[in-house]
Design a protein around this ligand. Structure first.
Ligand SMILES: [Fe+2]
Length: 194
């Protein structure tokens, strides 16, 4: 990831859209020589030009600065292919049906990759009446804890927030096939097929 837009990013995005330097220049009201300077690292666009530049290149300002174009590969919005994003600074947790651009506390969040449960993040599921009692065998200290548990099926999401010094337990209705996700603030996202 970059900390500011680079000439290489501008050139790659412009060429991917089959635009000449003159065409891009006209869209944002600068000269083609200015575009050429940016692309050859002899200058950088003023911050006031980032919004029009991103618009002309068909991406968001965040993607333009990061040099990464994020596309949603889950057009049919299959819940089983949904994504979780967690902010490492404030703990904000976001669920999306596909890849997207999420920014929180000034940083762009990557879509989390869930791992299979390991010995330090083992989970048990017990039937209690028409619900399931979920226990994650994990510490719940202020420094190291499970911050949420979620169950995702093809058509619904149940998400339960857990808190440090509470219990790493909750009840969920496990209807149909799906994935149980749970997030450790230190070790990341885990999942178990149910
Ligand atoms: Fe952990």
């Amino acid at each position: 990831m970059n900390t500011y837009v680079t000439g290489t990013t501008i050139r790659q995005l412009r060429e991917a859209r089959n635009m000449t330097q003159a065409e891009l220049a006209e869209k944002i009201g600068v000269s083609s020589k200015t575009i050429s300077k940016w692309e050859t690292a002899k200058g950088l666009p003023d911050i006031s030009l980032l919004q029009p530049l991103a618009k002309a290149l068909g991406i968001s300002v965040i993607e333009l600065i990061n040099g990464e174009h994020i596309t949603n590969q889950n057009i049919s919005a299959n819940m089983l292919r949904s994504k979780f994003y967690v902010c490492p600074i404030c703990g904000n947790a976001i669920h999306c049906l596909g890849n997207t651009v999420v920014s929180c506390c000034g940083i762009t969040l990557p879509a989390l990759e869930a791992e299979d449960a390991d010995n330090d993040h083992a989970i048990t599921i017990e039937n209690v009446e028409d619900e399931h009692f979920i226990t994650v065998h994990h510490p719940m200290t202020k420094q190291h804890y499970i911050s949420f548990v979620a169950f995702v099926t093809s058509d619904r999401l149940q998400m339960v927030k857990l808190y440090p010094e509470g219990n790493a337990q909750t009840r969920l209705q496990l209807r149909g096939m799906g994935y149980l996700y749970y997030y450790c603030n230190q070790h990341g996202l885990f999942k178990k097929k149910v």
